[in-house]
Design a protein around this ligand. Structure first.
Ligand code: SF4
Length: 293
């Protein structure tokens, strides 16, 4: 059985930067507290925890001398205020793409405050990036989805943004519905600004992942359970190849998947490190490659 690793997979620059900052702090012997799971990849978080990093959920948890790591998803301004108030040292590993988006959302909120409008965030409710972005909306933000159209806002000025890891096609479908509903309600005179803010690193994976998935007999997609981009990218892989499975690691492999497989492909989310894909390939070579069916 031939085993291929998707050359376009691996961690995105934002995740690489956060992991590097964590490793650097651990290497310098600083007590390190990740504010929330550092990446949506349980095994990568565990690897760093074994080296000494602790994960906490609130800024007032853990050793007061510990450096709080702000992960790639970013945080709302209230988190920075709480860190400053508690005199807690911190390391900011917010992805530059998310930082830019937070700034644009903040500027839009200022404009909407003046014109009586709203900031709509096409985002996953409860996702840390969405929480961080909401913190920049001056109370004028709404988390919205295709299933939950914000009908009461359509007569008002609007600025619309997407969380960086959302499905680009779903965002376009949402925008299309908003425009349709505004026309139907005869509200097109109200100001409307659409911002296309899905991260290029996620959007650009579509073509290469689709090609890769359709070139193999079996596609194994490594992702953390909570990863938004993992869910989106896996849905693309599944569309291209019905023999695709999402999994967290080698212990979830099932022997029957390998029946009749000659070419096996391994890919992953933007928070799946290359070492995990290589490890999966190694385990398959050792335990499954010679299975006779
Ligand atoms: S997916 Fe894009 S925005 Fe999100 S952390 Fe990675 S590089 Fe940054």
């Amino acid at each position: 059985m031939e085993i291929l690793i998707d050359a376009s997979a691996g961690c995105c620059p934002g995740v690489v930067k956060a992991i590097r900052k964590a490793e650097q702090a651990i290497g310098e012997g600083r007590p390190l507290l990740s504010l929330g799971q550092i990446v949506h990849n349980e095994r990568e978080a565990e690897r760093l925890q074994k080296q000494g990093m602790r994960t906490v959920l609130h800024v007032d948890e853990g050793d007061a001398a510990g450096y709080m790591l702000i992960r790639a998803h970013g945080e709302p301004p209230s988190t920075y205020a709480a860190l400053d108030a508690g005199k807690r040292p911190y390391i900011d590993a917010t992805c530059p793409v998310v930082l830019r988006l937070q700034r644009k959302v903040g500027e839009a909120a200022l404009r909407m405050e003046k014109s009586g409008g709203y900031v709509l965030l096409f985002a996953k409710s409860g996702h840390p990036e969405a929480t961080g972005l909401m913190g920049h909306t001056r109370g004028l933000g709404r988390i919205v989805s295709l299933e939950d159209l914000p009908m009461d806002t359509l007569h008002h000025p609007l600025e619309i943004f997407a969380q960086t890891t959302m499905d680009p096609e779903a965002y376009e479908a949402f925008l299309h519905r908003i425009l349709q509903e505004r026309d139907r309600l005869r509200a097109p005179s109200a100001e409307l600004h659409i911002h296309r803010t899905i991260c290029g690193f996620v959007a650009n994976r579509k073509e290469s992942l689709t090609r890769f998935a359709s070139s193999v007999d079996l596609l194994l997609f490594l992702t953390g359970k909570e990863s938004s981009n993992g869910k989106y990218l896996f849905s693309l892989a599944l569309k291209a190849n019905a023999a695709a499975h999402a999994l967290g690691g080698p212990d979830e492999l099932q022997p029957e998947w390998f029946r009749g497989v000659r070419r096996l492909g391994i890919s992953g989310a933007t928070s799946t490190p290359v070492w995990q894909m290589e490890e999966l390939a190694r385990v398959i070579r050792e335990h499954y490659a010679s299975i006779e069916f």
